[in-house]
Ligand binder design. Structure first.
Ligand code: DHB
Length: 307
C-alpha cells in the first residue's frame, strides 16, 4: 500500500511526474493520466504562451541531463481550460505556475483558485530565463511573493524550491515558509546554471545562456535528499514535502521516504524512459519495502536512522 497525502489531498501512490518533461500538451498529460503516475502535474505555465529557448536546449548525460528549456508552455489559460478534461481522468491535478513577477503569480493563482485543480505548485526556482533571478535565492522576494499568493483562496498552495547548500539558507527559508499558510513544498528543482563542455568541439552542449543550464538526474540525488531531510526537520510534520531529484528506481524513491518525503516526483527518468517508468518504479519500491517487512509508507517515512 503506497497511499499517501499531500496537503490533505489523498493520493493512491507515492510517485507522480514532476513539472518538466512530457507534461506540456494535452496529449502528453493524457499519457501521464494513463500511466501509474498518481497525479497529473502540468508544465510550469506563464501568462502568455512561450516557445522557450533556442535549441539544442536539452542533452542527456551519462548520469542525468542538462537543460535550459526556457519555460515552453501553452500559457495559463490553456491549462485552465484543460482542467475539466484532466479531472475527468480521475486523478488529482496539480498545476505548476511560474510567473515572471508577483503580479503574474497573483493573476494565475487567482484564476486556478476558482478552478477544479487539486493543488497549486508555484515555481520559485526556474533557472533558465535570461535576466531573471530565481525567486527562491532571493529571500526578501520569497517572503513578499508568499504573502501575496497565499492570501488568494482556500486551495492548497505549495512552492517548488531551488536546491540550497548552506544550513543558514535552510533555516532562513523554513522561517519564511512558517509565516504563511504554505501547505506543501516541492524540492528540489534542477541545480541551476551548471556548464557541461564538449572538449572535442570546444563548445557547450546546449545553446541558451552560453551553455549554462539546469543539472538533473543522478548527479542531483544527494542534494535532493539533503534538502528534503533539512526541511522535514525544520518544518515538522504539518507541511507536506514532495521530494524530487534523481529518482529512477524504487530504492531511490525509498531513500526519499527515509528523508521524510510524503510523495516524490520524477522528471529525468520520465524523459528518458517515458510514462511506463511509474509502474516499474512503483513495483520496485513495493518489492523493496516488502523485503523489509514494511506494509505502508508511514513505516519508514522520515525514519532515517542515526549512525
Ligand atoms: C524550466 C526549467 C526549470 O528547472 C524550471 O523549474 C522551470 C522551467 C524551463 O527551462 O522550462
Amino acid at each position: 500500500d503506497l497511499s499517501t497525502q499531500v496537503a490533505g489531498v489523498k493520493l493512491q501512490s507515492y510517485l507522480m511526474n514532476a513539472s518538466g518533461p512530457q507534461c506540456t500538451t494535452f496529449d502528453e498529460l493524457e499519457r501521464i493520466a494513463h500511466s501509474n503516475s498518481t497525479a497529473i502535474v502540468t508544465k510550469s505555465c506563464t501568462l502568455l504562451p512561450r516557445e522557450g529557448n533556442p535549441e539544442p536546449r536539452y542533452q542527456n548525460l551519462p548520469l542525468g541531463a542538462i537543460q535550459s528549456m526556457g519555460l515552453p508552455n501553452l500559457g495559463y489559460q490553456a491549462y485552465l481550460e484543460m482542467i475539466p478534461a484532466l479531472k475527468a481522468m480521475n486523478k488529482p491535478v496539480v498545476v505548476s505556475i511560474s510567473g515572471f513577477s508577483i503580479n503574474d503569480n497573483i493573476k494565475m493563482v487567482s484564476a486556478f483558485q476558482k478552478s477544479a485543480v487539486d493543488l497549486i505548485e508555484v515555481n520559485f526556482s526556474c533557472p533558465n530565463i535570461p535576466g531573471k533571478a530565481q525567486v527562491a535565492y532571493d529571500f526578501e522576494q520569497t517572503d513578499q511573493a508568499l504573502a501575496a499568493i497565499t492570501a488568494l483562496g482556500d486551495k492548497p498552495i505549495g512552492i517548488k524550491l531551488a536546491p540550497y547548500f548552506d544550513m543558514s539558507h535552510f533555516t532562513a527559508v523554513a522561517n519564511i515558509i512558517k509565516k504563511y499558510p504554505v501547505k506543501f513544498i516541492t524540492c528540489i528543482n534542477s541545480i541551476g546554471n551548471t556548464l557541461v563542455i564538449d572538449p572535442y568541439t570546444e563548445q557547450p552542449i546546449i545553446k541558451p545562456k552560453g551553455g549554462f543550464g539546469g543539472l538533473c538526474g543522478d548527479y542531483v540525488k544527494p542534494i535532493g535528499l539533503a534538502n528534503v531531510r533539512a526541511f522535514r526537520e525544520l518544518l515538522g510534520d504539518e507541511i507536506s514535502i514532495i521530494g524530487v531529484g534523481g529518482i529512477k528506481s524504487g530504492i531511490d524513491a525509498f531513500e526519499y521516504l527515509l528523508a521524510g518525503a510524503d510523495a516524490v516526483q520524477i522528471a529525468t527518468c520520465l524523459e528518458k524512459e517515458g510514462p511506463k517508468c511509474f509502474a516499474r518504479i512503483e513495483h520496485e519500491l513495493k518489492a523493496f519495502m516488502a523485503a523489509k517487512g514494511y506494509t505502508q509508507l508511514s513505516d519508514a517515512k522520515g525514519k532515517l536512522k542515526p549512525m
